[in-house]
Write a protein that binds this ligand. Structure first.
Ligand SMILES: Cc1ncc(COP(=O)(O)O)c(C=O)c1O
Length: 344
């Protein structure tokens, strides 16, 4: 396949940050139906001053990545999972969700229209896709909007951490909770991220990479990070990950749970008491942005549990990371059929 012309960007040195591309796509739900959508180069939104997204937080989003394979094919990873999770999030916030077919069409359309921003294979970068659904109808009383905007933007991103697959230090947060047990923690609701900012900023100021939350009801079990799921690895190769109603169902974690047995791990998805953190030989945070971030240490109730003494990723996290990224990039056999080619 002939190489496509690329945007004049230093793809190998991209940060995980927003950078403008050629177009975003926008679909409107009005009078009970979705329109055919438009492509626009505008980076702003005309928004009613009483829109429900602004006043009452009717806003959910998704995050997935598009990669260029070695042979030039453009691949996306488990897109239907993201479409279904957006529908779940939308339902949780009483919003109108784009059907799976529309979600797919929107992502393919925006990726195609921004082809020159898809980072070249081997650059370590990818095209981050951010579908966003917001209530745009005007309401002063608290109730669902009668109009929604489904927007998909893309931006080329480098690894979440500049050096790539780099360990991070976590701190367990007990003064703030991320999500209530019967709340909206398992939806990708924009408000969950605003709610977590106090804790994250405080952790960063104290020299930690991210916050690790316990279950809100008892502060007894581990839940997840601000924007990633958690897993621990035991000495006898068990991949242990929390089962909790308030955790976002990570597609990366789901994929790792499928791949782990292929690599000789036994998978346990269950409540994980905080005391068990000391028993893990390795631990990781997983999510689309970083795939796996090995956890260097977790500080809990004044005590630091150290997993990586030399600051280098451990062999288990490395094996899982390499297997998953090889599939995402089209470098390894995709026996589960997770990647899909976007015809360009
Ligand atoms: C709160 C939270 N948990 C977990 C994840 C990881 O989910 P995924 O692997 O689907 O990106 C994310 C990121 O999307 C997140 O924001």
């Amino acid at each position: 396949m002939p190489a496509r012309p690329k945007a004049d960007i230093d793809f190998a040195n991209l940060a995980f940050a927003y950078q403008p591309t050629d177009v975003n796509v926008r679909y409107t739900w009005r009078d009970g139906k979705w329109d055919r959508g438009v492509e626009t180069d505008s980076q702003t939104l005309p928004l009613h001053i009483a829109a429900t997204c602004v006043h009452y937080g009717q806003a959910v989003f998704e995050g997935l990545k598009v990669y260029e394979a070695k042979d030039g094919r453009v691949l996306c990873f488990r897109i239907n999972e993201n479409a279904e999770r957006m529908a779940h999030s939308a339902g949780t916030l009483m919003m109108e969700a784009p059907p799976v077919a529309l979600f797919r069409e929107a992502v393919f359309r925006v990726a195609r229209a921004n082809q020159r921003f898809i980072p070249p294979h081997g650059s370590g970068a990818s095209l981050y896709v951010r579908p966003l659904l917001i209530g745009t109808g005007a309401r002063v009383g608290v109730r669902p909007a009668d109009e929604y905007l489904f927007l998909v933007l893309v931006t080329p991103v480098g690894p979440y951490f500049k050096q790539g697959f780099t360990p991070t230090k976590l701190v367990v947060e007990e003064e703030f909770d991320r999500a209530a047990p019967l709340g909206v923690g398992n939806a990708k609701a924009a408000g969950n991220y605003a709610a977590g900012m106090r804790a994250t900023m405080r952790a960063r100021e104290a020299g930690f990479g991210e916050v690790f939350y316990l279950d809100a009801r008892e502060h007894k079990y581990v839940d997840e990070l601000g924007a990633a799921n958690f897993f621990g690895i035991t000495a006898d190769k068990h991949y242990v990950t929390p089962q909790s109603v308030s955790v976002l169902r990570s597609i990366t974690n789901k994929s790792l749970r499928t791949l782990a047995p292929d690599l000789g791990f036994q998978v346990e998805e269950r409540a994980v008491p905080a005391e068990e953190l000391e028993s893990f030989v390795e631990a990781g945070a997983c999510g689309t942005a970083a795939v796996i971030t090995p956890i260097e240490s977790i500080t809990i109730r004044g005590k630091q549990i150290v997993y990586l003494k030399d600051g280098k990723p451990g062999p288990h996290c490395t094996a899982l990371y390499e297997r998953l990224t090889a599939i995402q990039l089209g470098d390894a056999e995709d026996k589960y059929g997770w990647t899909e080619e976007i015809e360009t």
